[in-house]
Design a protein around this ligand. Structure first.
Ligand SMILES: Nc1ncnc2c1ncn2[C@@H]1O[C@H](COP(=O)(O)OP(=O)(O)OP(=O)(O)O)[C@@H](O)[C@H]1O
Length: 364
């Protein structure tokens, strides 16, 4: 296997007629990275992946793989391989011949290509089903054949379009672990398109959150979750409350902001914020203490709107003047030690360090 190469997207743009699907995306994926392109339907993640693969032309911008500009190269000459969502296996060929197909196209003799195909099937632990055709394999097994078929070309990066979406929830988690293990074993970059936050967090070294054809944030899962760049990222990743307000003034080593209902909150220092400027802040739903009196500017009183049992946690939805849709996650044991009911008015408290200032969205 090759050692892999850095992939660089430089102001990569895709237009379909007048519609802008991908808008000047710049991104560097270091060699050996597990990278997930994450975002809602239509955000441009599949188009970005297909441009990296060479299955979609690039309207403007460049893509580099290592030192080479691959922008105009056909897929087979890029050094990337793609695993499609549908697996795209040939129904009349057995696993070995499906995996060996690209070597056949290159004119490699039968014994050599079957030998290589068997090695690849062994890598994905499917050598014992080498003689079976796709219809005789489960969904998870077909996916392994598709993986082996992509990897036989010895790519510097593997591109995966929603590879887990067709699997049931249990298999999804198992295959997810296998994909990560395989990526670490091969040492090449995997670029994986998904709309699942959980999948991206579980797998990635680098999560690229996309919205409206642009990158909202590209960072480690922990950074994206703890310091979401924008309100879109905070809402999309979930488990955050986003509060919109205006800067009211400065206070000590921080600033205060006011929500439409008139309540004022404290936030840590941030350069360049002027009084009156609109701001959005995020606070994690598990950082809020329920039923505890707060210090001034670090809490509010909420009216319980809804209670959902989530197993380890109970999710409580509340409303307060100027802050609708405020959610608090309470550990199960703490909730049932002091249960709440819909309609209860409860004090909520946090510390100023739990307030995270959000930036304006690049796709706004
Ligand atoms: N062949 C095409 N012709 C015209 N518009 C297209 C074409 N392919 C994609 N688009 C548009 O480009 C935008 C981005 O599409 P893309 O498939 O990349 O999104 P996505 O984030 O992968 O969504 P999904 O999760 O639904 O696959 C969408 O608005 C889509 O409608």
């Amino acid at each position: 296997m090759s050692k892999g190469a850095d992939i660089e997207l430089i102001r990569v743009t895709k237009r379909y007629g007048l519609a802008l699907a991908v808008d000047a995306v710049t991104l560097k994926i270091p060699a050996g990275t597990y990278c997930c392109l994450l975002g809602p339907s239509g955000c441009g993640k599949t188009t970005t992946l297909r441009m990296i693969a060479g299955h979609e032309s690039i309207t403007e911008g460049d893509i580099r793989l290592g030192p080479a500009v691959v922008t105009d190269l056909p897929p087979a000459r890029r050094g990337t391989a793609m695993m499609f969502q549908s697996y795209a296996l040939f129904p009349h060929l057995d696993s070995v011949d499906n995996v060996a197909f690209s070597l056949k196209m290159r004119g490699i003799d039968k014994a050599t290509r079957r030998g290589r195909a068997l090695e690849m099937l062994k890598l994905v632990q499917l050598d014992h089903l080498a003689e079976r055709r796709p219809a005789q394999l489960s969904g998870g097994q077909q996916q392994r054949v598709a993986l082996a078929r992509a990897l036989i070309t010895d790519p510097q990066a593997l591109l995966l379009d929603e590879p887990l979406s067709a699997l049931d929830p249990f298999l999804k988690i198992k295959v997810r672990q296998e994909l990560k293990k395989l990526q670490l074993q091969l040492g090449i970059s995997f670029i994986h398109v998904t709309h699942s936050q959980e999948e991206a967090m579980a797998l990635s070294d680098l999560v690229v959150v996309m919205n409206g054809g642009r990158i909202e944030q590209a960072a480690t899962p922990r950074e994206v979750f703890n310091r979401p760049a924008t309100a879109f990222v905070a809402r999309f990743m979930g488990d955050h409350n986003v509060i919109a307000g205006r800067v009211a003034g400065r206070a000590g080593d921080g600033f205060t902001f006011e929500v439409p209902g008139g309540a004022t909150f404290k936030a840590p220092d941030e350069e360049g914020l002027e009084a009156g400027a609109p701001v959005e802040i995020a606070v994690r739903t598990d950082r809020i203490r329920i039923g505890e009196p707060s210090t001034p500017g670090c809490g509010l009183t909420g009216l319980v709107q809804n209670i959902e049992y989530h197993g380890q946690k109970v999710q409580v939805a509340l409303a307060a003047p100027g802050v609708d849709d405020f959610a608090v996650q309470v550990p199960e044991s703490a909730f049932f030690a002091r249960p709440l009911s819909i309609g209860d008015a409860v004090p909520l408290a946090w510390t100023p360090d739990d307030i995270h200032l959000l930036k304006p969205s690049p796709s706004a």
